[in-house]
Design a protein around this ligand. Structure first.
Ligand SMILES: Cc1ncc(COP(=O)(O)O)c(C=O)c1O
Length: 364
């Protein structure tokens, strides 16, 4: 299967149009655009001081309705630190999160091994957690609960607004801190019809990312009250995250926020339109059936061997990518994740319809 996947990925990367993701730029294009977005007299920050970084931190704190914010290299660094601060504050090591949380799946358990925290799993692996799930997880005395909004591994689903309010209020009443993994928080305003600050107001601490939907290079922000940020900064320094300069990441984040965030409601509609095209086709279904954000997962009921070979040939001939490379395959299925970025809008829905119909007719 490996050569077939490699072939699929190669054909995918050579396409000139793609339904999912942001347009891929060369390094030169990226650096030139960032240089153009920098004022003549702007200077790099030094260890986190300097207008370039502090102005941006203030902008994000305001956008999220929090007292303070700190910019740091990654979410993988940010979130165990947020949970550690809450654990130290409460004197309890237990922190709860869903089984599909990035901390559980993709960080080699750093929150437990590096920070001596103890993880408690919330809810069912395939579902958005309920208040009952959260209550059940709180049999250990919890310092904090982490909510991921939206939940990437289950197709970008979100708890209903009233449920989220009920859950976070319940936790706060028990003295449990609420932390948001908002790596893709930018995607949520359309579903909730709330501002970023309205959503963040339910949480004591918030992490956001700048390189996923917003197309930055890397980088994250932690936001919360002043005492939280002061404590987080000590751990960031200990973890090696207080870089000599973060300016390139900050400028990219600043530009990404300007360029991409206003277009996200539009991308949610495009994701819903695209999901409908797939759900109307034989042998395909999306999860969720109607996307709540600009991302969803796609199940193709097919033999991967045949599908990968036919799709690679079709992409090579048409230079159009309809489906991202699968992240999981079984004997008779393929699973892909699609996040709508700025690439989709380069073609009209009518043009996309033609490509999708031709792709499906030839590859399934
Ligand atoms: C939901 C979620 N949280 C956290 C992270 C970690 O972000 P970073 O790559 O900045 O460490 C990711 C990265 O993909 C993510 O998807």
């Amino acid at each position: 299967m490996e050569p077939l996947i490699a072939e699929y990925k190669k054909a995918f990367l050579n396409c000139t149009h793609q339904t999912a993701r942001n347009r891929a730029n060369s390094l030169k294009q990226t650096f030139q655009a960032l240089a153009n977005a920098t004022d003549e007299d702007e200077l790099a920050d030094v260890y986190g001081s300097g207008d370039v970084i502090t102005d941006f931190e203030e902008e994000i704190a305001k956008l999220l309705g929090k007292e303070r914010a700190v910019f740091l290299p990654s979410g993988t660094m940010a979130q165990p630190i947020a949970l550690k601060v809450w654990a130290d504050r409460s004197g309890r090591p237990y922190v709860a999160m869903h089984a599909t949380s990035h901390l559980q799946l993709h960080e080699h358990n750093a929150f437990q091994t590096l920070y001596n925290l103890k993880g408690v799993t919330v809810g069912n692996v395939h579902q958005v957690p309920s208040l009952d799930d959260i209550r059940a997880a709180a049999h250990d005395p919890l310092a904090a609960i982490l909510w991921e909004l939206p939940m990437r591994e289950i197709g970008g689903q979100l708890p209903k607004w009233d449920d989220l309010v009920e859950q976070t209020h319940w936790a706060q009443k028990q003295g449990i801190r609420c932390h948001m993994d908002g790596a893709r928080l930018w995607q949520c305003t359309e579903y909730y019809l709330k501002t970023l600050a309205d959503i963040s107001a339910l949480f004591d601490s918030v992490y956001v990312s700048f390189y996923k939907d917003l197309g930055g290079i890397s980088g994250a922000v932690l936001a919360g009250d002043e005492a939280f940020i002061d404590s987080a900064k000590i751990w960031i320094r200990r973890a090696g995250g207080n870089l000599y300069s973060l300016a390139p990441y900050v400028v990219a984040a600043r530009e990404g926020l300007k360029q991409h965030f206003p277009d996200i409601p539009n991308r949610v509609k495009q994701a819903q339109w695209l999901a409908t095209q797939f759900n109307n086709a034989e042998g395909m279904s999306t999860w969720p059936l109607e996307p709540q954000t600009n991302m969803f997962r796609l199940r193709i009921h097919t033999s991967p061997k045949e599908f990968l070979a036919k799709a690679a040939t079709w992409m090579t001939e048409n230079k159009v990518a309809v489906i991202t490379p699968p992240y999981e395959m079984g004997e008779d299925y393929c699973l892909s994740e699609l996040t709508i970025g700025d690439a989709f809008g380069e073609l009209t829905e009518e043009q996309w319809s033609k490509h999708i119909n031709s792709f499906l007719a030839n590859c399934l």
